[in-house]
Design a binder for this molecule. Structure first.
Ligand code: 5CA
Ligand code: ZN
Length: 417
């Protein structure tokens, strides 16, 4: 079960054997910070839980590799916007690999998907849901009777959030303050591509609506992002898709909308625009074990807002040391697959059961809205008991248990012990 923002309750994350998730990706104008890492680790837990449960998982992420903040940063630093994006995408991939996130099946940049976005926008035009304003093209939100069903906010709140998060509710000439930009006509000094709407570049929401539906189909299981994307971004993407695929019958866009809480620094949301950032790459360079970073994040439930602190990282390092010590102690100092229980030293029922209990408990906690803190507590309990001393005469059983816990923590929580 996962919390679904649109229905305001817990709901099964997948419907059948196939399970598909679209997670909004980065805008690559600065390095990956702990807030990004926390959000992507949440979806990584879902993907791991799905795989463990036997689903065929499709995982798609975009990269907003042309957008205002990227172009503004490139202009500020007098660098080529493509070079900036490429460098930050590489850094993002390296950070995610170090934190042991399973890569998406597709990581699609807006620029490489321009034809996909144009095709999708064409569907909106065919339905009469677009209009032009000084060469720019807007989506008529009145074309969608279900507009508002993701965020369930009232129009006043929507207008406030739209103004804060890249929208232009006050632009004169718009038919409705909440109509969203689908195609931005060429601006001097900015990149532009030819299209049926003239030279320009795509809007943000249509980018995700088009990429998600092209790679996952008209309907898929989960649309995921931080809670700052609930409105306008996820509302608009869903709305675009509902209009584009109206009349096709059946469900359109995501069945569930999953949102992660915001990671703060010093009480304020960690954000590129505020500049109060802790970068994953800098922590790694300073010698911090990526598994300690991952454990610091997993100590918080993904839906809560929380503060990144040095104390949290120190506590996670201590936990990592304890777990590793317990695996060493439990396995008699001979960890490693070759010497594992498969090599003909089956453990006794009692100790194996204790490993199996930990595995079952982690599975059960993750199935309950990705309760990582609950899963960590189960492993803590096992580590405490193991470090307290082996059951007399049961070293083989304890070793089997230790290997099972090590593998479960690796596969389900993504933490290498
Ligand atoms: N490219 C768009 C999505 S299509 C974008 O929002 N990019 S981003 O780089 O700004 O953010 C990438 C992801 O990190 C988004 O899901 C966003 O909600 C999430 N995020 C950003 N800041 C934080 C934060 N402080 N805490 C948690 N998640 C965050
Ligand atoms: Zn997105």
């Amino acid at each position: 079960m996962i919390w679904d923002t649109a229905s305001g309750g817990l709901a099964p994350a997948a419907q059948g054997r196939q399970a598909a998730i679209y997670a909004c990706g980065i805008t690559p104008y600065d390095a990956t910070h702990l807030g990004h890492a926390a959000t992507y680790i949440a979806w990584d837990l879902l993907v791991r839980a799905w795989r463990d449960a036997g689903h065929d998982v499709s995982y798609v992420q975009n990269v907003t590799d042309v957008d205002d903040p990227l172009l503004e940063r490139a202009a500020r630093d007098s660098q080529d916007w493509r070079e900036l994006a490429d460098r930050e995408i590489d850094r993002y991939r390296a950070d995610m690999t170090a934190l042991r996130l399973l890569p998406p099946d597709h990581l699609i940049g807006a620029v490489e998907a321009l034809d996909v976005i144009e095709d999708f926008s064409g569907l909106l035009a065919d339905r009469g849901a677009l209009y032009e304003l000084d060469g720019d093209v807007y989506f008529l939100r009145s074309a969608d009777t279900a507009f508002g069903s993701v965020s369930r906010l009232d129009p006043k709140q929507m207008i406030t959030l739209s103004a804060e998060r890249g929208g232009d509710p006050g632009r004169p000439g718009k038919k409705d303050a909440l109509d969203a930009l689908v195609w931005l006509a060429r601006r001097p000094g900015e990149p532009a591509w030819d299209s049926r709407f003239g030279p320009g570049r795509p809007g943000w929401h249509v980018e995700c609506a088009a990429i998600a539906t092209r790679y996952l189909g008209t309907a898929f299981d989960v649309q995921a992002g931080g809670s700052d994307l609930i409105f306008p971004h996820h509302e608009m993407s869903a709305s675009h898709a509902r209009v584009a695929f109206a009349g096709t019958g059946g469900e359109v866009f995501a069945r569930r909308y999953a949102h992660a809480g915001m990671v703060r620094l010093g009480g304020e949301k960690m954000s590129k625009s505020l500049g109060n950032l802790v970068f994953v790459s800098e922590l790694r360079l300073s010698g911090t074990d990526p598994m300690a970073i991952r454990l610091s994040i997993l100590a918080h439930h993904y839906r809560t807002d929380w503060d990144w602190t040095d104390e949290g990282l120190t506590a996670a390092s201590g936990r990592l040391d304890r777990w590793r010590a317990a695996v060493r102690a439990g396995s008699g100092g001979q960890g490693g697959v070759a010497a594992g229980p498969e090599s003909g030293r089956p453990g006794s029922a009692g100790q194996v059961a204790s490993g199996e209990r930990v595995l079952a408990a982690i599975r059960e906690r993750l199935a309950d809205d990705l309760d990582a803190p609950g899963a960590l507590a189960c492993v803590d309990e096992w580590a405490g008991a193991t470090l307290a001393g082996p059951a007399a005469g049961d070293e083989a059983g304890q070793a089997a248990s230790a290997w099972l816990v090590r593998d479960a923590v690796d596969a389900l929580l993504g933490v290498e012990l």
